[in-house]
Every structure is written in structure tokens, then in C-alpha cells.
Design a protein around this ligand. Structure first.
Ligand code: HEC
Ligand code: HEC
Length: 268
């Protein structure tokens, strides 16, 4: 250790030693882990589920109940058989946790990390059945041919356009509900929505529309989205930007109108 104690040691000695020890720890870790991986996996699953249960207790149980059994007075459904895909979809799209009891949970910014979503999904999946989170191979549209895209268009018009419009632009439903625009929605979320049927949307199970057909529909939607639309698209910035401008223009004109009434009031 004279080398370390000596004042003459090279400037880089300390960082180099640190790197070397990190490397050694890493190498030892890599040597040790394969031997224990199968039991470690079981432990990791149990830990993920336990973490999910905790997250659920603080973020979801007030509406869905401590054991996800559902609470009628909150109008919140039993989640024991909705599966990991439903949780992944609802949390990823920011619908859950719902902020206020509304007719329909709106899509909003998701505030959970990937790990937290995985934990919540693993916990709910551990309670019963339901679709798992899909692999990319189940929804990835990249291998769909031009004919496949056309077939996807047919399938979309038959099964989805009644609510979402034939280009996926969205539409109003009875009772103040909305079928949202599908522009810019991830392929994975389209798969998950079809398999879990959020809100008023029906479930489209793999028995009626297999994964290959979902891929074709995703490919069709991507093509429709890539085609410039006629009319005011606001630069195609998507629903958030459009909502923002609708808000600014809507509230703005209300404010102008209110000011106009106020200035005219005393004179009238
Ligand atoms: C303020 C109450 C409230 C909170 C908090 C809440 N939910 Fe919900 N949840 C609802 C209601 C109401 C519905 C049904 C309405 C709908 O689907 O639009 C619902 C539906 C769901 C569904 C869809 C079930 C199905 O049949 O597909 C899932 C999954 C879900 N919630 C998960 C969660 C998770 C996970 C959390 C916590 C991160 C959470 N919720 C927090 C009220 C709530
Ligand atoms: C009966 C009307 C109806 C039909 C038919 C329908 N949907 Fe939906 N869809 C809805 C409603 C309503 C929602 C919003 C649910 C919510 O927010 O709770 C929705 C949500 C979605 C979402 C989530 C979008 C987002 O912004 O997160 C996707 C994706 C979707 N639908 C795809 C489809 C596809 C693909 C089909 C055809 C296979 C289809 N839907 C058929 C009514 C419908």
C-alpha cells in the first residue's frame, strides 16, 4: 500500500482503482448469478407482486377496494380477472388512477414509471385470469404487406368505424361518452384496447380477430395517420395540441364575450 500512501502516485490512480474494483465486483456478480437465477426469478416475481400490492393500496384501493374486489359506491369494477393487459393499458394511457368520478376516464399524462406499471400489472394478474401484456411480435405491423393493409382497412371499417369513424378520427357516443381519436395511439395500446374493451368498447377476443389481423389493422391506422388530412389539422400536432388550442380559443372567446357584456352592462 506504499503506492497508495505515497504523494507521488499518479493523478489517475484513484479513479483507475475504483474502475478496477467495480469491474471485479461486476465479474464476480456475473459468475455467481447464473447459478441462482431460477430461484432469483421466483423471488423477483414475488417482489414485483408485493411492490404492486403496495402501489395498489395507495393509488387504487380507495375506488377498487383493498383486494381489487371493486366498490359499488365508487362505480369501480372488480379487477380480479381483467388481467395485466387491462392494467397496463389503463395506467399507461393515464386513465387510471381516475382523478374524479366522471362518465368516462379520460386519457391523460401517465405519472407512473415503467417499473411501477409492471408491478401493478403483475399484482392484478396474480389475482386471477385475463390477457397478459403482449409481446411486440403480437402487434408489430412492420411485416404487413400492402394487401394486408387493405384487409386491415376492411376489418377496421367492419368492427371499429361505427364508433371511431372510418379513419379513426373518433366520435361522440350517447350519454356524453366519446370514442377517442386513434391518431398517434401506440400499436401496443390498440392491441390492449381490443383485448380488454375499456369503458363502453366491446372486447375483441383473439378467437374473432387473431393477432395477425390486429397487426393489419394497426398497419392500416398507421397508413391513414401518415396521409395528410384535409381541413384544419393544426399541423397534425395531435389531440393534446388541438385540445390546447380549443381550450385557448374557447375560453378566450368566453372571456372576450364576458368582458364585452361587462363593459356594455352599465350603459344598457
Ligand atoms: C376515483 C376512483 C378510481 C381510482 C382511484 C382508480 N380507479 Fe380504476 N376504475 C374506476 C372506474 C369508475 C372504472 C370504470 C370506468 C371506466 O372503465 O371508464 C375503472 C376501471 C379500471 C380498469 C378497467 C377494468 C376493465 O374491466 O377493463 C382497470 C384495469 C383499473 N380501473 C385499474 C386501476 C388501477 C391500477 C388504479 C390505480 C393505479 C385505479 N384503477 C384507480 C375508478 C378508479
Ligand atoms: C361501441 C363503440 C366502440 C367500438 C365498436 C370500438 N371502440 Fe374503441 N373505444 C370506444 C370507447 C368508448 C373508448 C374509450 C374508452 C374509455 O376511455 O374508457 C375506446 C377506446 C379505444 C382505444 C384507446 C384510445 C386511447 O386514446 O387511448 C383504442 C386504441 C380503440 N378504442 C381501438 C378500437 C378498435 C381497433 C376497434 C375495432 C376493433 C374499436 N376500438 C371498436 C368505443 C368503441
Amino acid at each position: 500500500m506504499r503506492f497508495l500512501a505515497s504523494g507521488r502516485r499518479h493523478k489517475a490512480a484513484r479513479p483507475l482503482l475504483l474502475l478496477l474494483s467495480l469491474f471485479l465486483v461486476g465479474a464476480v456478480y456475473a459468475l455467481v448469478t447464473p447459478a441462482t437465477s431460477s430461484s432469483a426469478e421466483g423471488v423477483a416475481d414475488a417482489q414485483l407482486i408485493a411492490a404492486g400490492k403496495n402501489l395498489f393500496a395507495t393509488n387504487c384501493a380507495s375506488c377498487h377496494g383493498l383486494n381489487a374486489e371493486g366498490l359499488a359506491q365508487q362505480g369501480a369494477p372488480n379487477l380480479t380477472n381483467v388481467g395485466a393487459a387491462a392494467v397496463d393499458f389503463q395506467v399507461r394511457t393515464g386513465r387510471m388512477p381516475m382523478a374524479n368520478p366522471l362518465v368516462q376516464a379520460p386519457r391523460k399524462e401517465n405519472t407512473f414509471t415503467e417499473d411501477e406499471i409492471a408491478a401493478l400489472a403483475a399484482y392484478v394478474a396474480s389475482l386471477g385470469d385475463g390477457p397478459a401484456i403482449p409481446d411486440e411480435s403480437q402487434y408489430d405491423p412492420s411485416s404487413v404487406s400492402a394487401e394486408g393493409v387493405a384487409r386491415g382497412g376492411d376489418l377496421f371499417r367492419t368492427n371499429c368505424s361505427a364508433c371511431h369513424n372510418f379513419k379513426g378520427a373518433g366520435g361522440a357516443l350517447p350519454d356524453g361518452r366519446v370514442a377517442p381519436s386513434l391518431q398517434g395511439v401506440d400499436a401496443k395500446e390498440i392491441w390492449e384496447a381490443m383485448r380488454t374493451g375499456p369503458g363502453q368498447m366491446p372486447v375483441f377476443a383473439s378467437g374473432s380477430i387473431p393477432d395477425e389481423d390486429v397487426q393489419k389493422m394497426v398497419a392500416y391506422l398507421e397508413q391513414v395517420n401518415a396521409t395528410p388530412s384535409a381541413g384544419l389539422s393544426l399541423g397534425g400536432l395531435g389531440p393534446v395540441a388541438e385540445g390546447f388550442w380549443a381550450w385557448v380559443a374557447g375560453i378566450g372567446s368566453l372571456v372576450l364575450f364576458a368582458t364585452w357584456i361587462a363593459t356594455r352592462g352599465p350603459r344598457a
